[in-house]
Design a protein around this ligand. Structure first.
Ligand SMILES: Cc1cc2nc3c(=O)[nH]c(=O)nc-3n(C[C@H](O)[C@H](O)[C@H](O)COP(=O)(O)OP(=O)(O)OC[C@H]3O[C@@H](n4cnc5c(N)ncnc54)[C@H](O)[C@@H]3O)c2cc1C
Length: 171
């Protein structure tokens, strides 16, 4: 559930063949993307090898816009293509109804669908975790909240790193 950057990453992880990332194995990477290292095929691109995913994965989002629309302009197409090649079913405009008896029931376009699932993974946002704050303040220690502890809405690594650098400069 949830098809933002984290949903995409998790779907990619779950569809690694034999639990290995193709990107870390040169031969598998070249085969997956059809790179012709023999320079025989014009353009250097041959038909890519399909890598059967070890499981069925549904990537679902509530928004009705294209799945993966918010991914980075330069890398989004890679993530979408990878998941399509691995047979991941992407569905937009999904309403979540219930989970019971090994089925996740969703509504799409006014129709109900019961998906056979053994795991439901929620990638639908985060909340700050600041459980240490009160105790530290009670002990008289200065506390600064940065990154995801400060705000999770729209958070990315750039914002978290910036928070850290700016605070370090102030201190
Ligand atoms: C799967 C995934 C993919 C992502 N992809 C991208 C991406 O491509 N680009 C991008 O910009 N952002 C990406 N992000 C978001 C990015 O990782 C976060 O925005 C960023 O890491 C937030 O940094 P942070 O320092 O606030 O928190 P975190 O990186 O979460 O660091 C918090 C640290 O605090 C530790 N901690 C928590 N509680 C305690 C405790 N009680 N005691 C001691 N230590 C504790 C945790 O173990 C962790 O190491 C992704 C996130 C995920 C989950």
């Amino acid at each position: 559930m949830g098809a933002g950057g984290i949903g995409f990453d998790v779907a990619e992880y779950l569809t690694h063949t034999n639990g290995h990332a193709e990107g870390e194995n040169l031969a598998a990477f070249l085969a997956e993307w059809g790179v012709d290292t023999d320079m025989v095929v014009p353009g250097g691109l041959k038909k890519s090898e399909e890598s059967a995913a070890p499981r069925t994965v549904y990537l679902l989002q509530r928004k009705s816009s294209k799945v993966g629309e918010g991914l980075g302009k330069t890398t989004g197409w890679i993530h979408r293509t990878t998941l399509k090649k691995r047979g991941v079913t992407m569905m937009a405009g999904v309403g979540y109804e219930r989970v019971e008896d090994g089925k996740l029931t969703v509504s799409v376009g006014g129709e109900q669908r019961a998906l056979d699932v053994d795991s439901v993974i929620v990638c639908a946002g985060q909340e700050p975790l600041t459980e240490l704050r009160a105790g530290l303040e009670a002990a008289g220690l200065p506390v600064h909240l940065i990154g995801g502890a400060r705000e999770t809405n729209g958070l990315d690594a750039k914002i978290a790193i910036r928070d850290g650098i700016e605070l370090a400069a102030k201190l």
